[in-house]
Design a protein around this ligand. Structure first.
Ligand SMILES: [Zn+2]
Length: 169
């Protein structure tokens, strides 16, 4: 089932998410729905808070469904390592219509549980490393706009507020 994606300004998007205590049938259903919602959007990553569930779960697929082996699910993920830096334009399904350059690590090692409860550790570079940091930000209650400063951030926030006032957000 495709779930509605929350937008900037809506909760629990701006709060840190809680760890998953047990991988129940409800969690499996959440993951199925998140995968379906991510592909439908379409996007390369989706975190549970974006569909209104304040739990530390995200899904990612940088191939957008072209390569089944690229589909990843992380439950209670933790960074083991983050090195290097890359600066590229990125966007977010929760901030539609806006993009900005964000500096991210160029290599990341992430560990956590897969959806079957087994431990998984994945080393990522390039786009996947960026995706990991972006989704981990969501689990911490942060969106890419929070990485911007000054005028650039003010401009986006002001435009979102205006859209919200006009009922278009
Ligand atoms: Zn996002």
């Amino acid at each position: 089932m495709i779930r509605p994606i929350l937008r900037y300004g809506e909760q629990p998007l701006h709060d840190p998410a809680e760890p998953v205590a047990e991988i129940t049938a409800e969690i499996q259903r959440l993951i199925d729905d998140m995968i379906e919602t991510m592909y439908a959007a379409p996007g390369i990553g989706l975190a549970a808070p974006q569909v209104g569930v304040a739990l530390r779960v995200f899904v990612a697929d940088i191939s957008s469904g072209r390569n089944p082996r690229d589909l990843l699910t992380f439950i209670n993920p933790v960074f083991v390592e983050r090195t290097g830096s890359q600066r590229e334009e990125e966007g977010c399904l929760s901030v539609p219509g806006f993009n900005a350059n964000v500096t991210r690590c160029s290599r990341a090692v992430l560990t956590g549980l897969a959806r079957d409860g087994s431990e998984q550790t994945i080393e990522a570079t390039g786009l996947l490393a960026r995706c990991f940091e972006h989704e981990m930000d969501h689990l911490g209650g942060r969106v890419f706009v929070d990485h911007l400063r000054g005028l650039q951030r003010d401009l986006i926030v002001r435009r979102i507020k205006k859209l919200a006032r006009d009922g278009k957000w």
